[in-house]
Design a protein around this ligand. Structure first.
Ligand code: MN
Length: 128
């Protein structure tokens, strides 16, 4: 079976390196986007199995990018997990309202990340 493809939309370079390393070590294929517009383009090109979406992004933020993705037929039920700043509970509410499936607080707990990826990828399989 092909490795699951995870699209990571994250403008912070250190976070991107950390996340990409962890995902590679878990045997996921990683596609990297550094702003919302690139995320939207790469989502359509790479057909990911799951998207990790930073919310605070240049050009098009994570909420707007998620809303745009949800308008597209291929992305209506795809798991999109928001990466939110720790103290900002309002951000989480807005992320769910924008169409995100779930969220992970920053700083990212790597065990939580691994667990949520597995959980949402399995849910996606069950529904197909
Ligand atoms: Mn950011």
């Amino acid at each position: 079976m092909a490795r699951p493809v995870i699209l990571v939309v994250e403008d912070n370079r250190d976070n991107m390196i950390l996340i990409a390393d962890v995902l590679s070590s878990l045997d996921y294929e990683v596609v990297q986007a550094r702003d919302g517009e690139q995320g939207l383009a790469l989502a359509q090109q790479s057909k990911p199995d799951l998207i990790l979406m930073d919310l605070s992004l240049p050009r098009m933020d994570g909420w707007a990018t998620t809303r745009e993705l949800r308008k597209l037929p291929d992305f209506q039920s795809l798991p999109i997990i928001a990466l939110t700043a720790h103290a900002m509970s309002g951000d989480r509410e807005r992320a769910l309202q924008a169409g995100c499936t779930d969220y992970i607080s920053k700083p990212i707990n790597l065990q939580e990340l691994a667990r949520k990826l597995k959980q949402h990828l399995q849910l996606g399989e069950d529904n197909s």
